[in-house]
Design a protein around this ligand. Structure first.
Ligand code: F6R
Length: 606
């Protein structure tokens, strides 16, 4: 949440800051701002709304300067207006911040007593005044460290100084911050994606560290003001993957490339010749695992729900699933024989990271399933299983969900094979089904493309919708409802179909769209009975199934016929119409597809 950029150069930095902020907009888009050092003074420009607005301000009233910081905001403290937009500057310093300062109220009172006048409602302004105050007594690095020690909470910071007018400083605790090395300039960014068009040489700050950038040098310090050395990583060159190409938005690109991303991921893990799965030195012996605990947030959590069904079906290992924001604060009994798996697209989600950190501190076995392999969660877990989906920019997670499910499924089969809980024949059959999956996804994408736009129109005359499924279709119902909520702002519920009669059936009224997920599985007949109960009460049913012949679909408004696939893999195909449904309803309602209101891609605050 919130995007930060900082550049120390020997030429004007404004244009590169704006271009980078556009890339970071997926992290927050309430307001934007920039500060540069101009003629020895801090020059700050801010606006509400998108970076485009900031660009217009700069067009009328240009900024220059070879040192600068920029910010896109996802509001936490204070409404999204111009005053609360970052940077927050005093005469002496200018600060951009991602995170939350938990003791800001107390700090503010103390600073007010000293005579500092606050303009904004943000927690960030206390950092500006603390730095201003400490700089009266201490040198640059000491003043930053004194400030950081006063703050509770999480932060990544970019800072400009009037006195040290050739440096940009960065610091972090809890929120990520990347440092980039360029020719005659150096960079700070809240993720490496924002820096990729400028450099592929990156260092990640660790908690409690500080970096001081000039145009030709980067120095790192620890919390004791001592200089430290950091490793430089060379990032892969996947710039093109992060472009929209001919697509209208990132989400439609990301939905439509799922056959390719799943193919890449299958290739990474499946040895197609030997009909085997390769987990590349997975350091944990599956025979020693007593229990697996799967943890994530939002869509990533839904992939954990699906995985629970697979693991329970294919292995004899007890499985628990948990939402990270609950796990991190509950009194959980952590055990050395358990494996704790953390699922996250960004690898930076604050709650998931905190849950991982709790496990690390208790020295239990951890593994992460992430998309961004340089992320904090990946770097801090014992072992990483990447999903190989390429950059996901649309705020609503689509291809990452498919990748997370795929890697979890692959892991379940491999663990089962090593524990001899699956027969060789069944193991090979499952691998053969996996190899066929990308083509089936392609077929489903082609088929759905023609139908969903029509179905979406029904959702314009309603205030809500319900998604129902049993077994493995239940997590997909949850995911379908989440996608519709976040993209089209319609109220949507995902429910286990068998639970309807225990309350939610009261919601069914004439014309309410109800999406029924009924693949050919052991629940099929039962789900169809639940569907009839919905139809009898006036619900407008959209049935998604691959068991066409058995359905009496007289009163079904639309039936979507999915290709046949192994029972465990039907969920991958069922997910696609739900993603497209949310996409088309949101398009018809003119919602901002890639940047739904109130949300941001990388949730680095609690
Ligand atoms: C929904 C969505 C979110 C994320 C959640 C976790 O479309 O994108 O629910 O899944 O914020 O994010 P990651 O996977 O980055 O940990």
């Amino acid at each position: 949440m919130c995007g930060i950029i900082g550049i120390a150069s020997n030429k004007s930095v404004t244009s590169n800051i704006i271009q980078s902020l556009k890339k970071l907009e997926y992290r927050g888009y309430d307001s934007a701002g920039i500060a540069t050092i101009l003629n020895g003074n801090i020059d700050e420009k801010k606006c509400t709304g998108r970076v485009d607005n900031l660009e217009k301000i700069l067009f009328k009233n240009p900024s220059s300067g070879s040192l600068g910081i920029g910010h896109v905001r996802w509001a936490t403290h204070g409404v999204p207006n111009q005053v609360n937009a970052h940077p927050h500057s005093s005469e002496e310093v200018s600060v951009v911040h991602n995170g939350i300062i938990e003791n800001s109220n107390v700090l503010k009172k103390n600073l007010e007593k000293k005579g500092y006048k606050f303009k904004s409602q943000t927690d960030t302004e206390v950092i500006t005044f603390l730095l201003t105050d400490f700089l009266k007594e201490y040198d640059l690095v000491e003043a930053i460290n004194k400030t950081l020690k006063t703050l509770n909470g999480s932060f990544a910071l970019g800072i400009l100084f009037k006195k040290y007018n050739n440096v940009v400083a960065g610091a972090r605790r809890g929120s990520p911050l990347a440092v980039g090395y360029g020719p005659n300039e150096n960079y700070l960014g809240s993720d490496s994606y924002a820096l990729k068009s400028m450099t592929n040489k990156i260092t990640y700050l660790d908690d409690g560290e500080i970096c001081i950038l000039t145009n030709n040098k980067i120095d790192f310090y620890n919390s004791e003001n001592k200089k430290i050395n950091k490793k430089i990583l060379i990032l892969s060159n996947d710039k093109n993957l992060a472009e929209k190409g001919d697509y209208k938005d990132f989400m439609s690109k990301e939905i439509n490339e799922q056959n390719t991303t799943i193919k890449t991921c299958v290739k990474e893990y499946v040895d197609q010749l030997r009909k085997d799965i390769n987990l590349y030195n997975f350091p944990i012996n599956p025979l020693d695992i007593k229990k697996i605990v799967l943890i994530g947030c939002g869509t990533a959590y839904h992939s954990c729900v699906a995985a629970k069904y697979w693991f329970e079906e294919i292995t004899n290992i007890p499985i628990e699933i948990d939402v990270a924001s609950e796990f991190r604060y509950r009194k959980v009994n952590l055990h050395k024989e358990n494996l704790y798996i953390f699922v996250s697209q960004s690898g930076e989600t604050a709650d998931t990271f905190a849950a991982l950190d709790l496990c690390k501190k208790n020295k239990v076995k951890t593994c992460s399933i992430v998309n961004v392999v340089e992320s904090s969660i990946a770097r801090n877990s014992d072992f990483v299983l990447p999903i190989h989906a390429g950059p996901e920019i649309g705020v609503a997670s689509t291809k990452a969900f498919m990748g997370q499910m795929l890697v979890l499924y692959i892991l379940a089969i491999k663990i089962s094979e090593i524990r001899k809980e699956i027969s060789r024949v069944d193991y090979e059959k499952k691998i053969n089904d996996l190899i066929k999956l990308p083509d089936l996804i392609k077929k489903t994408l082609n088929y759905c493309g023609n139908h969903i736009q029509i179905i979406a129109k029904d959702f314009l005359q309603t205030n809500g919708a319900i998604f129902l499924g049993r077994g493995l279709s239940f997590p997909i119902a949850l995911e379908g409802a989440l996608k519709l909520k976040e993209l089209s702002y319609l109220h949507a519920e995902g429910y286990p179909a068998g639970e309807m009669k225990h309350g939610p059936l009261a919601l069914i009224e004439e014309g309410l769209p109800v999406v029924i997920l009924a693949p050919k599985d052991r629940y099929f007949e039962k789900t169809i009975s639940n569907m009839q109960e919905v139809i009898a009460r006036g619900g407008k049913v959209i049935l998604i199934t691959n068991e066409i012949n058995k359905v009496i679909s007289e009163n079904v408004r639309f039936t979507l016929e999915m290709p046949e696939t192994g029972e465990h893999l039907a969920v991958f195909l069922m997910t696609i119409p739900l993603q497209l449904l949310a996409y088309h309803v949101a398009s018809l309602k003119n919602c901002d597809i890639d940047k739904p209101r109130n949300l941001a891609k990388s949730v680095t605050v609690e």
